[in-house]
Write a protein that binds this ligand. Structure first.
Ligand SMILES: Cc1cc2nc3c(=O)[nH]c(=O)nc-3n(C[C@H](O)[C@H](O)[C@H](O)COP(=O)(O)OP(=O)(O)OC[C@H]3O[C@@H](n4cnc5c(N)ncnc54)[C@H](O)[C@@H]3O)c2cc1C
Length: 462
C-alpha cells in the first residue's frame, strides 16, 4: 500500500473545508487531512459571520460535514496555531500545511473620535450577535435613536438589517440569546448606511439590497430624493455595468420611489459622504461628514473627492464596516498592507532575498486573496492551492515522509494539556444546540462559552 500524505489544514472555514474536499477528490493520491481550529466549533464565518436570518446560506455546512465523514479526516477543534501548536510542530508531523485562517480583524477609519465609547467595528457586532465566544462579553448600547453604519458592502447591510428587524422576526433564528435580549430593549429609530462613493459603485449585492424593500417594521429611504447619477456613472450604467450593478440601481430606484408608511424605524441609504470626525463628550454624540463628488481619474476610474460641504448629524452608535483584515501567524510571512500571506497560486512566498517559494506551506481563502467574495469563491481558490501543492510535490520529487502512526500530534496536544475537540465531539454539541432550539422553533440555540461547550461535550460522552 502506498504511503499516505499527511496534510494539516489550519482553519475550518469554507476555505479549509474546500481544500480538504479537493485533497480527498484526488484518485491517484492517498491523503490524510488533520484540520485544526482555534474554536471548538467548525465552519468559521458560516457560523460566526453569516447573518442569523440567512439560514439557507448556512446549510452549506452539510457539504462540509460530509467531507468530515471521510475516514482519512480528523478535526482538532479548540487548538490554536501559534500557541497550542507551532509551525515547527506542523512541519514535523505533516508533509505540508495549508493555512486557511481567514481575516478576523477590521480596517479602521483613521478619524478623530473613532475610539469613543459607542464607536465599534461591524466585525465585533457581527461576531457578538452570532455568538462568537471571543465577543460574547461585548456591550452595545442600543438605547440610542440614531445609528450610523459606515460602509456599503454586504456586511454593512447585514448590520443595518439586523438592527432594523423586530426581535420577533429574529427570534426564530440562531442569533445569540443575549443579543436577542438586547435587541428587545432597542430604542433605535434611524439607521444610516453611509457610502463614500455613488450608487453605481456600491459593493453590496442585489439579493442583500432587495431585502430592505420587505422589512416589516422599517421604511427604507434614499437620501437626497430620486436616484440621480452623474453623467459618467450614467454612461457606465448604459455601457459597461455588470448585471449586479444594473440590478442594484433598479433596487435603489424602487427604494427612492417608495412612499413612507410611517413604520417605527427607518433605514437611510446615504451615498457620496465620508465621515471626518466622531464627536462626543465621553461617548459618541455626533458624526461630522463631508459630501463627496465623483471625479474621473487618469485610469478612467471614478473616485470620490470631498466637496467641502459639511454635514453634522446626531449619532448614538457608529459601526465601521469598511473591510476585514488578516492577522499575521507566527513564523509565516505576512504582507501588512494587504493583510494577506504572500503567495503564488496558494504557495507561500518566503520573505528571503530571493523571494523563494516554500515547498511545504500553502494558503487558501481570505488570508490568501483578501476578504472578498462569497462562500463559493473559496472553492475555486482552495482548488487552485491544492493543485499547486500536488504539482510542487511532483516537480520537486518530494516523497511522503514515513510516519509510524497518526497519534503523534494527539500525544503532543495531550502533553500540552490542550483540551481538543474531535468532529464526533462537535456533533454532540451540534445535537445539543439543535435540540435546545427545537422547542423554540429555532434552528439552534448557540452555546457561546468555550468552557460550557467543553462541559456539554464531556457530559454527553459520559
Ligand atoms: C459578516 C459576514 C457575513 C457574510 N455573509 C455571507 C453570506 O451571507 N454569503 C456568502 O456567500 N458569504 C458571506 N460572507 C463571506 C464568507 O463568510 C467568506 O467568504 C468565508 O467565510 C471565508 O472563508 P475562510 O475559510 O477564508 O475564512 P473563515 O470563514 O474566517 O474561517 C477561518 C477559520 O480559521 C480559524 N482560525 C483563525 N485563526 C486561527 C489560528 N491561529 N489557529 C487555528 N484556527 C484559526 C477561525 O476560527 C475560523 O474558523 C460573509 C462574511 C462576513 C464577514
Amino acid at each position: 500500500m502506498s504511503a499516505f500524505w499527511k496534510i494539516a489544514v489550519i482553519g475550518s472555514g469554507p476555505a479549509g473545508f474546500y481544500a480538504a474536499g479537493e485533497l480527498f477528490r484526488q484518485q491517484s493520491w492517498s491523503i490524510k487531512v488533520d484540520m485544526f481550529d482555534r474554536l471548538p466549533t467548525p465552519f468559521g464565518l458560516v457560523r460566526g459571520g453569516v447573518a442569523p436570518d440567512h439560514q439557507k446560506i448556512k446549510s452549506v455546512t452539510k457539504i462540509y460535514s460530509r467531507i468530515a465523514e471521510n475516514e482519512n479526516f480528523r478535526f482538532f477543534g479548540n487548538v490554536e496555531f501559534g500557541s497550542d501548536i507551532l509551525r515547527s510542530d506542523v512541519l514535523e508531523f505533516y508533509d505540508a500545511v495549508i493555512y486557511a485562517v481567514g481575516s478576523p480583524s477590521d480596517r479602521s477609519l483613521g478619524i478623530p473620535g473613532e475610539e469613543l465609547p459607542g464607536s465599534h467595528s461591524a466585525t465585533e457586532f457581527v461576531a457578538w450577535y452570532n455568538g462568537h465566544p471571543d465577543f460574547r462579553g461585548h456591550k452595545f448600547d442600543l438605547s440610542v435613536k440614531d445609528v450610523f453604519v459606515i460602509g456599503m458592502g454586504n456586511v454593512a447591510l447585514d448590520v443595518a438589517r439586523i438592527l432594523a428587524k423586530t426581535p420577533e422576526e429574529l427570534s426564530k433564528t440562531d442569533i445569540a440569546d443575549y443579543a436577542l435580549e438586547t435587541l428587545f430593549e432597542s430604542q433605535i429609530e434611524d439607521i444610516w448606511l453611509v457610502g463614500r462613493r455613488g450608487p453605481l459603485q456600491a459593493a453590496f449585492t442585489p439579493v442583500e439590497a432587495r431585502e430592505f424593500l420587505e422589512l416589516d417594521s422599517a421604511d427604507v429611504i434614499l437620501e437626497g430624493g430620486p436616484l440621480k447619477l452623474d453623467a459618467e456613472s450614467q454612461r457606465i450604467l448604459e455601457t459597461d455595468a455588470s448585471k449586479d450593478t444594473k440590478k442594484n440601481i433598479e433596487i435603489l430606484k424602487q427604494i427612492s420611489e417608495k412612499n413612507s408608511s410611517n413604520k417605527k424605524k427607518r433605514v437611510h441609504f446615504m451615498f457620496l459622504a465620508s465621515p471626518l470626525e466622531i464627536l462626543g463628550n465621553g461617548g459618541v454624540e455626533k458624526i461630522r461628514m463631508v459630501r463627496n463628488q465623483l471625479v474621473k481619474r487618469d485610469d478612467g476610474s471614478l473616485r470620490p473627492q470631498a466637496t467641502g460641504e459639511l454635514m453634522e448629524e446626531n449619532a448614538g452608535l457608529i459601526f465601521r464596516s469598511i473591510g476585514y483584515h488578516g492577522n499575521p501567524l507566527a513564523d509565516v510571512p505576512f504582507d501588512q498592507n494587504s493583510g494577506t500571506i504572500p503567495n503564488e497560486c496558494g504557495q507561500i512566498i518566503d520573505e528571503d532575498q530571493d523571494k523563494s517559494l516554500r515547498t511545504r506551506e500553502y494558503v487558501a481563502g481570505w488570508i490568501k486573496r483578501g476578504p472578498t467574495g462569497v462562500i463559493g469563491t473559496n472553492k475555486q481558490d482552495a482548488v487552485e492551492t491544492v493543485h499547486r501543492m500536488l504539482e510542487t510535490f511532483l516537480q520537486e520529487k518530494i516523497e511522503p515522509r514515513q510516519q509510524p502512526d497518526s497519534s503523534g500530534i494527539e500525544s503532543l496536544l495531550k502533553e500540552r494539556n490542550v483540551d481538543y475537540v474531535s468532529f464526533e465531539d462537535w456533533k454532540l454539541l451540534d445535537e445539543y444546540e439543535t435540540d435546545s432550539g427545537q422547542s423554540q422553533e429555532r434552528p439552534r440555540v448557540k452555546v457561546t462559552s468555550i468552557d460550557k461547550m467543553l462541559e456539554i461535550i464531556r457530559d454527553k460522552k459520559n
